[in-house]
Structures are given as C-alpha cells and as structure tokens.
Write a protein of this length. Structure first.
Length: 129
C-alpha cells in the first residue's frame, strides 16, 4: 500500500489526530490514507455523545469496546479519524462533531467541501476564512 502525501486540508503537513486512542487507517495516530482506504478515514473529529449515538444508529458502533480487535470503544472527547462520507452524512443530519483541520487529510476534500469542514473547525485561523 502506498500512502498518499501527508497533507492536510490547509495544504500543510498533516498533524497527528490521536495516539490514545490510536486512530487512523494505518493506526499511526494520523488520518493518512491510500487507494485501499475505501472509507476515506480522513476527517479528524472530536467525538460527542450525539455523534456516537448517530454513528451507532446508522450501523457503525464506535462506542462499544471490541477487545478482539484491540478496540476499547470511543467516548466523548476522544479524537478519531472518521470516514469523510460518514462526517458529511452527520453534517446533513445535523449532528456532525467538531474537527481539527490541521489533522484532517486533504483527501477529505474529495468528499466534503472545505466550507463544510470549516463550519466544524476547532483549531485554526483558517476556520474563519
């Protein structure tokens, strides 16, 4: 698997998303991606009760521990590399979590417009313009 360049949606070096819990398609802590990442796990989001409930409702239970996969389950406040399509779906349903633009991979822009990402941005001056 060849990893895509580690650039964020701002055109800068991709910042880490989370090492605890360890996230990312490659489980490196960053929202890096590649052609094999069919879900585009590229949006660094901060989990909320509302989003976790929504994700479970639509068939992706992120809150229940799955020790057989080394997954402790997510809780509010955890940062996680979400699938860009799931983030867009949550936005359309009015329950998208806040995100970190500096840690969101540029490939997310193929699915989610930058204006939508900026609505939920926590971390940088580019969020306003």
């Amino acid at each position: 698997m060849e990893m895509d360049p580690s650039l964020n949606v701002l055109g800068e070096a991709l910042a880490p998303c989370s090492h605890d819990p360890l996230t990312g398609y490659f489980r490196t802590g960053a929202c890096d991606t590649c052609a094999e990442d069919r879900g585009s796990h590229t949006v660094c989001a901060v989990m909320t009760d509302e989003f976790l409930a929504f994700s479970k409702y639509v068939g992706n239970d992120l809150s229940t521990p799955r020790p057989e996969f080394g997954f402790a389950g997510l809780k509010p406040g955890d940062q996680w590399c979400l699938c860009a399509g799931r983030f867009l779906q949550a936005h359309e349903e009015g329950c998208a979590p806040q995100i970190r633009l500096a840690a969101t991979h540029a490939k997310a822009l193929e699915i989610v417009p930058i204006e939508v990402l900026r609505e939920y941005a926590l971390d940088d001056a580019a969020a306003s313009g």
